[in-house]
Ligand binder design. Structure first.
Ligand SMILES: C=C(O[C@H]1C=CC=C(C(=O)O)[C@@H]1O)C(=O)O
Length: 428
């Protein structure tokens, strides 16, 4: 997987002592994260009660720029080579793991990070485990309830909704003149509480309400993404591609009949099918060089979330060449689900029209283990807690724009995509 580290790198590489032991069912994973940790030291990757939660910081690297993925991977390879690991569970995600979050753009002012926690609790297929890293105690901390944010006030981010709607109109014009085929435009909003925001509160609410998403937290970035950029496990690579969205009638209000009608209209919408096709093709093109064979379904299915329905395609492949999950995530980023087609021109349009640095929103977020296996989502439906001022969180949402898009509907779709985080910040 990697070249041996140079003697100078080896001298700088921390020597981690890692122990994984089987655990009796620990109950709800998110509620195990202890109170009082800074937001940047709380980690999660949980879906339907399974996955990983972690806390503390045994080692970490901050990277940025064009080489952010490669630099993080070299650091990780050196760390793995130097670690002393005893792992009685031997499942993907047991033993040594790092959680990562990477900026959307090479030029972002917000860096990227890989963090190796001090304690990890995992559950998979009914088995649970505890991993400790450079710790002598293997006692789980006491469970303490998460704290609801109070006094939360919201304000516009870089653009007001009206300004963003006009940016969407400009994008549609650029598409009609043939400059690009598709672009994904995002907007942000700022929420400020009157005390530090507890990431455990957000995770608990997101994991309970959005069970088909991955509730993640890495380095202060917290969210519930429905989109799996890549999972790589024991030679099998999978990716869940989403693009093309319809709003549901209202939280909990939709009847089964309404949902079926909405799903049928989404599955027939030529505008959404076009938007989706761009995203699937970009994922297929990025994965193909790493796979000996691939399965790309001809037609999408409809993924039903509490706030929206999405067109979804599960792409899979047999890994050839042994790239790590992080290398695969780097090759896939940015897919047309978050950038556009053609990629470079769409990225320029994003710069021209969004007027903001996306930071880590829409970048890869997830985890990697010592074998290189891991799961990387796209950081959607999320917010970045400000590490300097943890009372403040910046939320994001974006929408794929194609020739047939309507600016007013796109603003409404962005509101629906902001709703999981807006609701998670409430105390009711
Ligand atoms: C960019 C976002 O969603 C993407 C993923 C699924 C559906 C999308 C859409 O229909 O526009 C977007 O491509 C976001 O949620 O911020």
């Amino acid at each position: 997987m990697s070249l041996s580290p140079s003697p100078a790198d080896a001298a700088r590489t921390p020597h981690l002592r890692v122990r994984t032991q089987e655990l009796a069912d620990p109950g709800d994973l998110v509620s195990l994260v202890p109170a009082g940790r800074p937001a940047e030291d709380v980690m999660s990757w949980v879906r339907r009660g399974e996955g990983l939660v972690a806390w503390g910081r045994a080692a970490s690297i901050a990277t940025s720029g064009d080489e952010r993925f490669a630099d993080a991977e070299s650091w990780w390879d050196a760390l793995v080579a130097a670690a002393d690991v005893e792992d009685e569970v031997a499942l993907p995600g047991s033993g040594l793991v790092a959680f990562g979050s990477f900026s959307f753009r090479n030029s972002s002012d917000e860096g990227s990070a890989l963090v190796v926690p001090e304690m990890v609790v995992g559950r998979r297929g009914g088995r649970a485990w505890l991993t400790t890293i450079n710790r002598t105690s293997d006692r789980l901390p006491d469970v303490t309830p998460a704290l609801a944010p109070t006094g939360v006030e919201a304000r516009d981010g870089a653009l007001t909704p009206a300004q963003w709607r006009s940016a969407v109109s400009d994008a549609i014009e650029m598409i009609r003149t043939g400059r690009i085929g598709k672009v994904v435009l995002a907007r942000d909003e700022i929420h400020v509480a009157d005390a530090d925001i507890d990431p455990r509160w957000l995770l608990t609410r997101l994991a309970a309400r959005y069970r088909d998403t991955w509730a993640f937290a890495v380095d202060g970035l917290v969210g519930a993404t429905p989109e799996l950029l890549v999972r790589s496990e024991k030679g099998l690579v999978t990716s869940r591609v989403l693009a093309g969205t319809i709003r549901r009638a209202g939280a909990g209000a939709s009847s089964e009949e309404q949902d079926l009608a909405l799903a049928a209209s989404l599955a027939r919408s030529s505008k959404d099918l076009e938007e989706h096709e761009y995203a699937v093709r970009s994922v297929e093109a990025a994965l193909r060089p790493h796979c000996s064979s691939m399965n790309v379904p001809d037609a999408p299915f409809v993924l039903n979330l509490p706030n929206v329905l999405h067109l979804a395609t599960d792409v899979s492949g047999a890994l050839a060449g042994g790239a790590s999950s992080l290398t695969l995530a780097a090759s896939l980023h940015p897919s047309a689900a978050v950038c556009g087609t053609p990629t470079n021109e769409a990225a320029l349009v994003i710069d021209e029209l969004e007027h903001m640095d996306r930071g880590r929103y829409a970048g890869p977020v997830g985890w990697i283990d010592a074998a290189g296996d891991g799961e990387w989502g796209i950081a959607l439906r999320s917010g970045q807690i400000d590490i300097e001022n943890p009372c403040r969180i910046r939320l994001f949402a974006g929408c794929g724009i194609v020739a047939g898009s309507d600016p007013v509907s796109e603003v409404a779709e962005s509101v629906a995509k902001l709703s999981p985080m807006r609701e998670a910040l409430r105390d009711d």
